[in-house]
Design a protein around this ligand. Sequence first.
Ligand SMILES: NC(=O)c1ccc[n+]([C@@H]2O[C@H](COP(=O)([O-])OP(=O)(O)OC[C@H]3O[C@@H](n4cnc5c(N)ncnc54)[C@H](OP(=O)(O)O)[C@@H]3O)[C@@H](O)[C@H]2O)c1
Length: 263
Amino acid sequence: MKSIAVVTGASSGVGREFVSQLCDHKGGPLDEIWIIARSKDTLEEIAASSPNVAVRPIPLDLMDDASFATLEQMLEDERPCVQWLVNSAGFGVFGSYGDVGKDANANMIRLNCLALVQMTSVCLPHMRPGSCIVNLASIAGVVPQPYLATYSASKAFVLELSRMLNHELRGAGIHVIAVCPKFMRTKFLDKPGDGDAATAMTRIGFERVDRVVRLALRLAVLGYPMSISSPTMQLAALAAKLLPRECIFFVEDLLFGRLGKKA
Ligand SMILES: NC(=O)c1ccc[n+]([C@@H]2O[C@H](COP(=O)([O-])OP(=O)(O)OC[C@H]3O[C@@H](n4cnc5c(N)ncnc54)[C@H](OP(=O)(O)O)[C@@H]3O)[C@@H](O)[C@H]2O)c1
């Protein structure tokens, strides 16, 4: 039986780095990597230039239900073992809830939450003991972020779902890890919505994509349920666990220059 990885959001940023490190066997031996995003040309370029492992471009829009039927059929036809599922496709829009607007608020839930759930449902029947699911959450899912509210809530969903699935699937030998980075320099910030809000919030600093991915793969193999790679964000996560929400929001308003701001 062929052993594969399925990576969403593979055309850019974190997903693309996962493809690169999986090609370097950082996740163990693989026969093929199936890469998913909308940008067909970019996926084909990545497939053509990837060494060591065969990479199959699968251009799909994960906000379209028909995409999951397509993938389900491909898996049904070929019956591979899905050794890795990396759910990296996602986006975030900064700004007050009203300014972000109804379409962007709904689409963040469609891609960050619903598509991740649908990908998991489609791939799980093809997983075996030792398979791993890597879900891109965010530190915004651990430390709640007003002015990035729907995104932050979507990532809290990803984090909690990952923890519960990791527990549920233990008996099946399938491991689920939630990855919680702070900001990284990817296309994520290309269309931020409220640019001022984004600039203020990125004062917490940036992490390197390659390090986030390397640690995520290592911790996934070791069976950890969660990866927070930034030491300062580990402290922030502890504070978020101990302090009331209002206290967290006050510190964030102070840090990001929002004291007295009205939505
Ligand atoms: N960068 C950060 O600061 C940061 C921090 C914490 C967490 N994260 C999380 O990390 C993950 C990866 O983000 P990134 O930084 O790599 O951002 P990115 O560079 O913008 O990559 C996003 C990926 O998602 C794909 N995508 C977007 N809409 C899609 C759709 N409808 N259907 C299928 N694929 C779609 C994009 O490809 P196409 O456009 O080709 O479809 C792209 O491959 C996200 O879940 C994000 O929330 C990012």
